[in-house]
Design a protein around this ligand. Structure first.
Ligand code: SAH
Length: 342
């Protein structure tokens, strides 16, 4: 069975023309049913000729995700646990902001990056998600809450740039005016620092946002926190970021999880200023979230504010990220393949 959510509009158009001898606009009609009306049954696509619907039903599924569990936090954040067709599981988070609904999608079952502070790394790697599985997380939640999704962040389980091609196809479908119609400026991809893909991404000609998970200012600390640093160290990463900026002129966000006694000193703040010197960027400070069995703790509020101020006073704009979803283990680094463990 094929999955409708795996197809960009161009790809579905091709299939319709070649395999079903249909006119081009049938694919546009289908997209409207899938992404605007969010139907779950091909027979509900009432302006598609009945004979075609009968053929499509045999060949195509509308998605494969199954909701196993949903938790709502007091702040309104929702965490969905989905099982996939092969029985593996991922989590997706919905955050409600004044400006709209933001969905944090997973891109892989598990993760290969092995960041020391992140729960998603603590279990074995399963596989890449298909683009359809990525897109459906958004469609599913939008259908459930009967509201439009205005922002998508690729910050759930997995390393988006370790599943590059499927993530790029998913972005196309999310961005497609006849698809989810979410503007590229409202889509953010976050990476632990896979340098070749950062450079490739710069050349895609997309208006998406890029976040870099930095978390340390020297290789010794970053090697321990993020093993990916042994392949692409801080200097190599910074070079790639500068190339990205040259090419796109789009502001980069650096994610920096503050960990007590590890990377939260004024010296660290000054080193961060030196590193980011003159770059078009913003620093997002995240109080580290404790994970089960983990040793890392967040600094107290004063230390975090001092760190932020040290950056701001030296011309690097920084904010402390507002926290959502902590009560339901839906915050940064807390997503995992829980369904498997239990
Ligand atoms: N693999 C991608 C995207 C997923 S993680 C990446 O590494 O960027 C999304 C963000 O949450 C990253 O910046 C990640 O470093 C951060 N994060 C992971 N674990 C965390 C924790 N325990 N506390 C705070 N932030 C964490």
């Amino acid at each position: 069975m094929k999955n409708f959510f795996d197809y960009t509009l161009d790809e579905l158009t091709d299939v319709y023309i070649k395999d079903y001898e249909q006119k081009k606009y049938r694919a546009v009609q289908t997209f409207k049913w899938l992404y605007e009306d969010k139907v779950e049954d091909v027979y509900h696509m009432t302006d598609i000729p009945f004979a075609l619907r009968e053929r499509l039903v045999k060949d195509f599924q509308i998605g494969t995700l199954k909701e196993e569990e949903m938790k709502i936090s007091p702040d309104g954040t929702r965490k969905y646990l989905f099982t996939l067709a092969d029985g593996s599981a991922v989590e997706t988070v919905l955050m409600k902001y004044e400006f709209g609904n933001s969905v944090c999608v997973s891109t892989q079952v598990g993760c290969r990056m092995k960041c020391d502070f992140c729960a998603s790394s603590k279990l074995s790697f399963g596989r890449n998600l298909t683009s359809g599985e990525i897109v459906e997380q958004i469609v599913y939640i939008s259908r459930k809450i009967q509201d439009r999704i205005s922002n998508v962040v690729f910050m759930g389980i997995g390393e988006p740039f370790d599943n590059y091609d499927n993530v790029m196809r998913a972005i196309k479908i999310i961005n497609e005016p006849h698809g989810l119609n979410i503007g590229a400026r409202h889509i953010t991809v976050s990476t632990s620092g896979l340098v070749p893909q950062i450079v490739k991404f710069a050349n895609e000609g997309l208006q998406c946002n890029l976040s870099i998970s930095l978390h340390a200012t020297n290789d010794k600390v970053r090697d321990k926190l993020m093993p990916v640093n042994k392949a692409y160290n801080i200097e190599t990463l910074m070079q790639a970021c500068r190339k990205y900026l040259e090419k796109t002129n789009r502001r980069i966000t650096f994610e920096y999880a503050l960990i007590a006694g590890v990377n939260d000193s004024t010296k660290d703040a000054c080193a961060l200023v030196d590193l980011l010197n003159g770059m078009l960027c913003h620093v997002n400070l995240i109080p580290v979230n404790a994970i089960e069995g983990g040793e890392y703790r967040r600094p107290n509020q004063n230390v975090m504010m001092a760190f932020r101020d040290a950056l701001n006073n030296r011309g690097v704009t920084a904010t402390i990220r507002r926290e959502l979803g902590n009560e339901i283990d839906a915050a940064c680094g807390q997503l995992r393949r829980r369904y498997y463990e239990e």
